[in-house]
Design a protein around this ligand. Structure first.
Ligand code: ZN
Ligand code: ZN
Length: 364
């Protein structure tokens, strides 16, 4: 067997401490991260010196180009993936098999235990996800591109808005622009909330028209080559209330202070506390109803979670969002979100869209 690619080599180094001599990767995203294979319905079986993709005939050609360095076993149409897995495991000559208990169903686990009576299955949690927290240079470059696409799409949509545009039309336009700029699509369904709709943190854009609104919250991101960007801007019109303006300045101050606290070794909960402290002081603590942010990568929400109950410490190579927000039912919501890379000496904000109060206007 040739030497394993770096991500797989890193995983094999943890097999001893997990007390397993093989590891069955069943989560599609983790399979992709470790093998480069972008298809579905496939598992990856890793031993200290080998990695084998278990897949089916639909993916034979794709695997030959995406996983040149890995062994592949293709099941015939009449064989289930679970049956192939069972036979490969029984022939493997390894006794202790790690499984991803966060992603393997209880019924699959029971079945596999029954048909492989000689083997011992060890439940593991978050093994590959912890590895995924630290991005390599390629992942950082891809995320930068995902951020850039989202920003360009936003900048091209803003000037064409008129009072008859609805939230859903803005969402569609953003997606269309991001695709034209090279994205595979949105990294999540965009949130576009005009006026009071902005007060619903996970609102689905609807028919509200811009002409009826004085504030506009847009949370969007691009999926570029599998990697997500995630940004939020809250815009206002000339006639926005003083309450909105005061709250906006406080949210921005909270966001900038939290970003400033990002460095290797900082506790995620402490960075969350910095933002919460600023908003508490402004009398808005109660209105900040969610955690500060989250990691991004192959998924829009990854570890580390940036919240008051997070036990993670930040490390160089993590990419996290910083997105404090305040929400006032029936009135308005404000959230400002940027994507931040933790560097060896501190941090780098990957996004660069203007966010000062006066720069954050929408003009119809
Ligand atoms: Zn977001
Ligand atoms: Zn986010």
């Amino acid at each position: 067997m040739n030497q394993l690619p770096p991500r797989l080599a890193t995983l094999t180094e943890s097999l001893d401490s997990l007390n397993v001599d093989a590891f069955l990767v069943t989560d599609e995203i983790n399979v992709r991260y470790l093998s480069g294979f972008t298809g579905d319905s496939s598992y990856l079986l890793v031993t200290p010196d080998s990695a084998t993709v278990l897949s089916d005939g639909r993916y034979e050609t794709q695997l030959a180009s995406q996983c040149k360095e890995l062994a592949c076993i293709i099941r015939p149409p009449a064989q289930l993936l679970s049956d192939l897995t069972q036979s490969v495991l029984n022939d493997l000559g390894r006794k202790r098999i790690g499984i991803e208990s966060d992603h393997f169903s209880l019924s699959s686990f029971r079945r596999l235990s029954k048909v492989c009576p000689e083997l011992h299955f060890v439940e593991t949690s978050g093994v590959v996800e912890r590895q995924r927290m630290i991005k390599d240079d390629g992942e950082i470059a891809t995320t930068r591109a995902a951020v850039r696409i989202a920003e360009r799409a936003f900048q091209s949509v803003l000037p064409v808005l008129t009072s008859t545009w609805s939230e859903i039309e803005i969402a569609h336009e953003l997606e269309s622009k991001m695709r034209m700029l090279g994205a595979e699509g949105c990294s999540f369904p965009p949130i576009v909330g005009a006026g009071p709709a902005g007060a619903l943190p996970h609102y689905h854009p609807g028919e509200n028209k811009l002409g009826d609104a004085t504030t506009l919250l847009i949370d969007w991101g691009a999926n570029y080559q599998g990697y997500a960007s995630d940004l939020t801007r809250t815009l206002h019109r000339e006639n926005a209330s003083d309450a909105f303006r005061r709250a906006y300045d406080a949210v921005l101050e909270a966001q900038l202070a939290a970003i400033d606290a990002i460095r290797p070794g900082a506790a995620a909960c402490e960075v969350d506390a910095v933002a919460r402290g600023v908003l508490d002081k402004a009398g808005l603590g109660e209105a900040f109803k969610h955690g500060l942010g989250h990691g991004t990568g192959l998924q829009i929400h990854e570890s580390p979670r940036m919240s008051s109950i997070s036990e993670e410490k930040l490390a160089s190579g993590m990419i996290i969002t910083v997105e404090p927000g305040v929400y006032f039912e029936g009135d308005f919501g404000i959230r400002i979100e940027d994507d931040v890379l933790v560097t060896e000496t501190g941090h780098e904000v990957l996004s660069s869209l203007a966010k000062g109060l006066e720069e954050s206007r929408f003009i119809l």
